[in-house]
Design a protein around this ligand. Structure first.
Ligand code: BV8
Length: 241
């Protein structure tokens, strides 16, 4: 049988890829914070009701993430970006660990926890203060700042979603790593890749709603499985020498 060749690789990641760096996942047992579920706090309604509580949650997460380092799975994706003919990374994560590992050809579909947005002017800027000196933090104009992330019930940035959609359509290999595949519209991207003929590989600790559609389901930790998977796939993915 002829060995497959992959000319375009797209990767979709979720919070599971950062788990071994020490970042809590959303729906795992470590996903709770003071008895709240993420879905209860990551909403415009929660922020309107109690901006200080929502910011306490983000300040706590920012403090955790600041102490975390990218792991072998993040680093493997940087290698893939450098060696694959065509590569694009779509992450649902807001922890910024892919960028810190060196990934560049990527989109942060749900925003970035180190960016804030003025609720009055809409201006966006980086704020990496840990802990925040004031909760909620305020813009120089006096209005409260909010995390520049996409909350439940909010639409994703159109250009980011367009880039993700295009990368799902064009790829002939899609890796889906560390996501419970329940949050839309990100969760629809693997089906788009599959419809366009991509070979679909899922890496997760457990099976998900996506598993029945995957060509391969590799059960294990991303930091362990991804380097091994890349060793296996590398010859089929490397740019034409
Ligand atoms: C929207 C930012 C239009 C904030 C986040 C159908 C269609 C369209 C929309 C919907 C729909 N049904 C419901 C909706 C609404 C909603 C939604 O999808 N709800 C879900 C819960 C059903 N979607 C939205 O609201 C989206 N907006 O659709 O706009 C619109 C407009 C108005 C009204 C309606 C619609 C916006 C969604 C974005 C929300 N923001 N984050 C923040 O982070 O603070 S989502 C949040 O969940 C994170 O981004 C996270 O990444 C994401 C997905 O979770 P996962 O990453 O998968 O994490 P999880 O813990 O769930 O799973 C971890 C996985 O890793 C597990 O499988 C585990 O087994 C595995 N794992 C653990 N350790 C490891 C591992 N794997 C490998 N190795 C390990 N070591």
């Amino acid at each position: 049988m002829e060995k497959p060749r992959y000319s375009s690789v797209t990767v979709l990641t979720g919070s599971g890829i950062s788990a071994e760096s020490g970042v809590p996942t959303f729906r795992g047992e470590d996903g709770l914070w003071r008895h709240y579920h993420a879905e209860e706090l990551a909403t415009p309604q929660a922020f309107a009701r109690d901006a200080a509580l929502v910011w306490e949650w983000y300040d706590w997460r920012r403090g955790l993430i600041a102490a975390c380092e990218p792991n072998a799975a993040h680093r493997t994706l940087v290698e893939m970006e450098r060696e694959c003919e065509e590569f694009f990374l779509i992450t649902q994560n807001v922890d910024g660990l892919h960028r810190r590992a060196g990934s560049e050809r990527m989109v942060e579909l749900h925003g970035n926890i180190w960016q804030v947005r003025c609720t009055a002017e809409g201006s966006v800027f980086v704020n990496e203060e840990v802990p925040l000196p004031q909760i909620p933090p305020r813009c120089s104009c006096g209005a409260p700042l909010r995390p520049h992330v996409v909350w439940f019930g909010e639409s994703l940035d159109h250009s980011s979603m367009q880039a993700a959609h295009a990368a799902a359509e064009i790829c002939d290999l899609m890796l889906v790593i560390g996501t419970s595949a329940v949050v839309h519209p990100a969760a629809s991207l693997p089906a788009i890749a599959k419809q366009h003929g991509a070979y679909l590989v899922e890496v997760n600790l457990e099976r998900t709603p996506l598993s029945p559609y995957a060509d391969e389901v590799l059960l294990g930790s991303a930091a362990q499985v991804l380097p091994e998977l890349w060793d296996r796939l590398r010859p089929a993915c490397q740019g034409v020498s």
